[in-house]
Ligand binder design. Structure first.
Ligand SMILES: Nc1ncnc2c1ncn2[C@@H]1O[C@H](COP(=O)(O)OP(=O)(O)OP(=O)(O)O)[C@@H](O)[C@H]1O
Length: 313
């Protein structure tokens, strides 16, 4: 019999998962998985629980929580040679990864995907060989917003918590930092508002930020926003919402497998929404590192839809 380990964050999103646990366990058992679970108790616990699950030879780990929990599970799994498959039940506030791969946001439907069993190898990013990310690495003052939003505030307010914090941070956040960013054979040197190194197309709820991101091509989408004023910044953010920022002069938009950042100032890196360490930093794309349960039919359907829309436009 196959074995599944559920690792869930009882505090993520609106704290709703726990009461559904018995039915989730029952459905996985019915689907042929001997299933056990672990509730995380603090930051870093999901990584330790995932490492333990790999050592105990589980066939599958189901991460239940937001992007932070998924990041921790992927971090625990990624260090091993033989890695179990990973499923996701999104229960967070933003759920960027789930959004990018079209995993539905109801427990039942997300579980349907896992039980159906379609998987796909996806890329994983690693910073300085030991900090992992599955969605994005970012730097620049404005990107620090995500981890300055207290967990309780996210539980009560959901995504609104980010907007409130954003407005509060606005005057100090819109600030450029001198950086040297090497990406594959190229270099950008100058004042940077922020850079994003994305694995998927969906970041902070912006689904069109990297519209051509491919989940398993071994490449990051690198977006560098050069120094600009607050009005330009707001204008560019609204362009990014519509996906029309790619050719703007203030934006560098490239694909790269390796990105390194150095600075004479201070750059804190944000990995999947949490603080991940400071520059200097080297980001490497680990091609097709983790096998994830995803709704392949739905992904194809959306891809075809997008192709049709862009042909019509
Ligand atoms: N029992 C716990 N109490 C407090 N914090 C926890 C606990 N378990 C895990 N955490 C931490 O909470 C962080 C955020 O959790 P998670 O990503 O699941 O939810 P979220 O913050 O609501 O969603 P999102 O990341 O999508 O905004 C995790 O990275 C982890 O470090």
């Amino acid at each position: 019999m196959k074995r599944a380990r559920i690792i869930y964050n009882p505090t993520s999103g609106r704290e709703a998962f726990k009461k559904h646990l018995p039915e989730v366990l029952a459905r996985l058992e019915q689907a042929g998985y001997e299933t056990s679970c672990h509730a995380t108790t603090c930051a870093g616990d999901a990584t330790e629980a995932a490492k333990a699950a790999v050592k105990r030879d589980f066939d599958m780990i189901v991460a239940v929580g937001g992007d932070g929990t998924l990041n921790e599970v992927v971090s625990g799994v990624s260090i091993f040679e033989k890695r179990p498959k990973v499923g996701l039940i999104p229960m967070g506030t933003t759920n960027d990864f789930a959004r990018a791969v079209h995993i539905p946001r109801t427990i039942d439907e997300a579980l349907d995907i896992i039980i159906k069993g379609d998987t796909m190898p996806v890329d994983v990013g690693v910073m300085n060989d030991d900090r992992y990310f599955i969605n994005i690495a970012a730097g620049g003052r404005i990107t620090e917003l995500t981890y300055e939003v207290p967990s309780k505030m996210k539980t009560v307010l959901g995504p609104l918590a980010y907007y409130i914090k954003g407005i509060e941070m606005m005057p100090t956040a819109i600030k450029a930092t001198p950086m040297r960013i090497e990406y594959d054979e190229n270099v950008f040197e100058g004042e940077v508002m922020m850079f994003l190194c994305g694995l998927t197309n969906s970041v902070g709820g912006f689904e069109k930020l990297a519209p051509d991101a491919i989940l398993n091509d071994g490449k990051f989408t690198l977006i560098i926003l050069k120094k600009c004023g607050i009005t330009d910044f707001v204008k560019l953010a609204s362009m990014a919402l519509r996906g029309v920022h790619l050719n703007d002069d203030r934006v560098i938009y490239e694909k790269a497998s390796r990105v390194s950042i150095t600075t004479t100032g201070e750059v804190h890196l944000n990995l999947d929404g949490e603080y991940g360490g400071d520059a200097p930093a080297t980001l490497q794309n680990l091609k097709q590192h983790i096998e994830m349960f995803v709704p392949i039919d739905k992904m194809l359907e959306v891809e075809i839809e997008n192709m049709t829309t862009s042909e019509e436009a």
